[in-house]
Write a protein that binds this ligand. Structure first.
Ligand code: SME
Length: 169
């Protein structure tokens, strides 16, 4: 049904195309699970050298696995633990060139060597995180960080209900 072929010459155009495609896939759809699923699939198809791409949601102050592509992963991650937990605790993107050197890194897939995690924050509230893993050391750079931050900003409305369950009570 959807056929997005993203073959950009450089990272800036890659992320521009990716953001446009993610917007087109999610605009008008209020269901955050459906949107997370399609965005995870789009990232998986479009970004080279990934072995995992997906979301963790903030459910009652704990990161809980959301839609993703890749191997089965850890289901619950406390804030402050591993790379995802660090992004949740600091509300800052975490770009880790060598996950083996990161204190507390959670090895869901032994093949992972580098990782980029971007917190998803709306109106000062943490909704969850976007997590990308790569089997290549140093796979992610500042352009990836900025591209993913912009992607998440573009998807703010599409992902608005992703933490609903956790913030109700
Ligand atoms: N490695 C991550 C855990 C999540 S998985 O890679 C999918 C971390 O340390 O937060």
């Amino acid at each position: 049904m959807y056929d997005f072929r993203i073959e950009a010459a450089d990272k800036a155009s890659l992320y521009a195309e990716l953001i446009a495609a993610a917007g087109a896939l999610t605009d008008g759809e209020p269901d955050a699970v459906a949107n997370m699923a399609n965005v995870a699939a789009l990232l998986w198809e479009s970004l080279p050298e990934l072995n995992w791409a997906g979301f963790y949601r903030n459910v009652g102050g704990m990161l809980v696995l959301g839609p993703f592509q890749g191997r089965p992963a850890c289901i619950r991650i406390p804030f402050g633990r591993g790379v995802c937990g660090a992004a949740a605790a600091t509300l800052e993107p975490q770009c880790v060139a060598d996950v083996h050197a990161f204190p507390g890194h959670i090895a869901c897939d032994a093949a992972s060597r580098s990782e980029l995690v971007v917190p998803i924050v709306a109106e000062g509230r943490l909704l969850g995180v976007l997590d990308l893993d790569s089997p290549a050391p140093g796979r992610f750079d500042q352009e990836d960080v900025e591209g993913c931050v912009k992607l998440i900003q573009r998807l703010e409305t599409a992902l608005a209900s992703m933490a609903e369950e956790g913030t109700r009570g």
